[in-house]
Design a protein around this ligand. Structure first.
Ligand code: SAM
Length: 272
């Protein structure tokens, strides 16, 4: 039986570790929020947003501060502060039955889908796509921002999203305790699934969203705790981060880790 306990082992996610570094997200991950602004900049205050895999509420709380009404779904965490309605649901299995039809202007997921996608599928689960489609208003949009899939070495040299993907594949999936085993979304499979299940205007892009740290020590501690990399020394981690992702000095004196993600966006036009 697929109980919560069993799922935790498969999940490879240390809730306590994640929670302990989440107070730093507002500084470290602020460029992720800046990069995503284009997806809600046209929306008026009081627009309705559903965040899928909202975790400790990093994105939800930012959206609430902007004046949006935010609901959330997550499997592991409890309802983040300020979120209006919340469902604790395993989205690999089902979309919550009592979510209103055509209620949201935006359904958004940040850094969650590589946990939610089913093993071997490289695309979001059907229940998730169909549920999001049903829950969106006409012209509403679905935005999935997540770790990319590692591709060719040539692309890896130039693209921060692909370098971050390789870091996940070769470091996070290898050293995280319990094992991480992310299922990273494939561009074509995901776009096809979105179109087949009824979304229109499906787009994809790679984005650069550097993580910012006050020092190398802070960067190492953050990455080690976030991914629970217990078996890696700071020296080795620094070397890996330099070679996979690239570290530079930001103008404000911060250390910039050249993080990158992929974004899928899809619009519902005429509704089913
Ligand atoms: C890496 S965290 C990202 C959290 C948050 N969006 C952020 O950016 O900080 C992944 C989140 O996905 C949630 N999650 C993982 N598997 C899930 C599933 N099957 N159904 C629903 N939520 C899930 C986890 O509980 C966790 O909060």
């Amino acid at each position: 039986m697929n109980t919560l306990g069993n799922r935790r082992e498969v999940f490879g996610f240390r809730k306590d570790m994640y929670k302990s570094v989440s107070p730093l997200f507002g500084v470290v991950r602020r460029s992720e929020l800046e990069m995503l602004q284009e997806y809600w900049s046209h929306m008026s205050q009081q627009s309705m947003i559903l965040e899928v895999g909202c975790g400790t509420g990093f994105l939800s709380q930012f959206l609430i501060q902007k004046g949006f009404v935010v609901d959330g779904i997550d499997f592991e965490f409890s309802k983040p502060k300020g979120v209006r309605k919340y469902w604790q649901e395993d989205l690999r299995e089902r979309w919550p039955a009592d979510i209103k039809f055509k209620a949201y202007d935006l359904v958004i997921s940040l850094a969650s889908m590589h946990h939610i996608a089913l093993n071997g599928s490289q695309k979001p689960p059907t229940a998730f796509i169909s549920g999001a489609l049903k829950s969106l208003r006409p012209n509403g949009s679905l935005v999935i921002c997540d770790v990319a899939r590692p591709q060719s070495a040539t692309l890896a040299c130039s693209n921060p999203a692909i370098r971050t993907a390789k870091f996940f594949q070769e470091v996070v999936d290898t050293y995280t305790v319990p094992p991480h085993c992310g299922e990273y979304l494939d561009r074509n499979r995901t776009q096809n699934a979105l179109i087949q299940l009824g979304f229109k205007c499906v787009c994809h892009k790679y984005v650069h969203c550097p993580w910012l740290f006050k020092s190398h020590d802070e960067m190492c501690a953050f990455i080690k705790i976030l991914f629970n990399l217990t078996d890696i020394t700071d020296k080795y981690l620094n070397k890996i981060l330099n070679s996979y992702i690239g570290i530079s000095n930001h103008v404000d004196g911060c250390i910039e880790l050249n993080w990158g993600l992929q974004v899928f966006s899809a619009i519902v036009q005429d509704h089913i």
